[in-house]
Each structure stands twice: as C-alpha cells, then as structure tokens.
Design a protein. Sequence first.
Length: 338
Amino acid sequence: MRKGRTVTHASRQPPSDVKNDRALVNRSGYAAPFYGESSMVMYRTDLFDKAGLKMPEKPTWDFVIDAAKKLTDKNAGVYGICLRGKAGWGENMAFLSAMANSYGARWFDEKWVPQFNTPEWKTTLTTYVNLMKDAGPPGASSNGFNENLALFNAGKCAMWIDATVAASFVTNPKDSKVADKVGFALAPNTGLGKNANWLWAWNLAIPAGSKKAEAAEKFIAWATSKDYTKLVASKEGWANVPPGTRTSLYQNPEYLKVAPFAKLTLASIDAADPNKPTVKPVPYVGVQYAAIPEFQGIGTQVGQQFSAALSGSMTVDAALTAAQSVTEREMKRAGYIK
C-alpha cells in the first residue's frame, strides 16, 4: 500500500520506485500485500481521565514516560506501559529499532559500521530499561506481541505501543475487557523528526519456479481484492478486515464507522519511510529492520543482549558492548566491513 514503500525481501540496495500503489517491489520481484501495518500507542482512556491526563495525538517520549509512571498501580495489578521484551529480530528488536530511530540512533553508518557504541543507542536502551523497571509488568523480558495483547485486553496495561493491527483486537468486546475504553495516538517522538513506528507487510508472491503461476496469480488477485475485503466483512465485521493494503478501505464509510483506529493507522503507515528510517543517513532499507540477508541472525543475537539487560542479568553498557561486538563480527564475516 501507499506507493509500494515496504520492502519485500532482503536486498543490499534500496528497492526501485513503484508507481502501482498495490505492488511491492525490489530488484528481483513483486509481491502483493495481504495486510500491512505500522505501530502506534494504544491507551486506556478511563485511566487517563482518572489521572487527569490527556494523550496528545503526537506524544513525545517524555510525556509517555511521565504518564506511564503516574498510571502505574502495582497493588491493583495495573502497569503504566507494556512493551515487547522477548528476544528476537521481529520481537523486541522490532520495537527497539523503531524507538532507536526516534532517538536518532541507527543500526549502521553509511559504511556499514555498527553503531551500538554511540550515545544515541545508550540513551535508547537506558530509557527503555528504566521505563520498564518503573512502569512495566513483571517478567517483561518474556513478553512479545501475544503476551502484551493478553495483558492489555485483561486491563493490566495503561498503554501499549505495538502493531496497528492490534487495534481491532483491543476494541473487540469478545476478546477485550476494556474494548470501549481504548484510545489511539501516533508512536512517540523526541522532537528529532522521527516517530517510533515501524512499517511491515505480509505479502503474497509467486516463486519463479512455480508450475501453477496462473492459478497463483488468480488467487493473489482475489485474496487482495475489494471483493475479498467485503467477504471478510460479511463474516467477521468491517473492523476485522485486513488493514493497511488498500487505500480505498480508508475511504470506506462502513469501515470508518466501526474502526476508530483507522485514521491513526493510516497516519502511522504514512509516517514511516523505509528509505529514510532514522535521522542520520543509512545504507540500508527498512524501519524496524535492515533489509540485508544477515539481519535476522544479527537482530536476534542483539535482541538476546537487550532482553538480558531488561531482565537485569546484564547491564545496559554490557549489552551494548556485546551487541556491537557480535554485529561487527557478523558484518566482517559477510564482507560489509574489514
């Protein structure tokens, strides 16, 4: 969606420009998005009202940190904020990479040299660890998307910053105890021009060696069509149709009527730029990841260090040193740096 800005698979070079707003492209292929997402703040309007707080549409990290501390009531089992802590390139590092972007940090400089030994990364990780210690739930280093979703739906989180696709889950009265008490805002910023939100899509593509290419093409066309959207709406309701893939969905009055999160979802997707993910120039494409083949392995190893810092088994400084070391080693092995 949105001019094909999402990267479909690893490439050391930025993707070609795409004029078709439904095609996602890089140098070797195309894929159609089945659903797309960014990330945003989901928060409890009743708890904010009770505390006399008002969530800005574009909150800063300073506001979020202050509000999280004020909204924490550990005796009542309510925590000011829930964030990913489970180790993994697509778990805690998805969140932390996006957060780091808003603090001006980056994975690599223009020459592919890892940047975990910079003040920006230290500020990011220190802020995250301290925030979770002060206002996060116990055992946060084991919590990923699903665990935090369960906590939020059970009324245990005053705020949760995660995938925009979760908005339909937390507002579904069948699953959420707080469905009618949820508000939305853009992911936080620090005033440097970048929000802490990512960009991701699950895509459908046809392998070059497929013997059923024609049938696969028909299936993809159907599964990403307006008719498919209408079919899902007839079965599950408009609030639960695949988001983030068709601009027409965000102009559909039936969807807008039941999706109070639609405007912020679209704004969040539009705010993320995988070609310019952070404040400083970078050689890679990707907001919450770097689109190179080595990233999954590197990202998971770094995620393990940062999860250890969150659990308290490692200091922030030690985690950053380890992250720098392992990333340098892998980047040298892959030939990016000497």
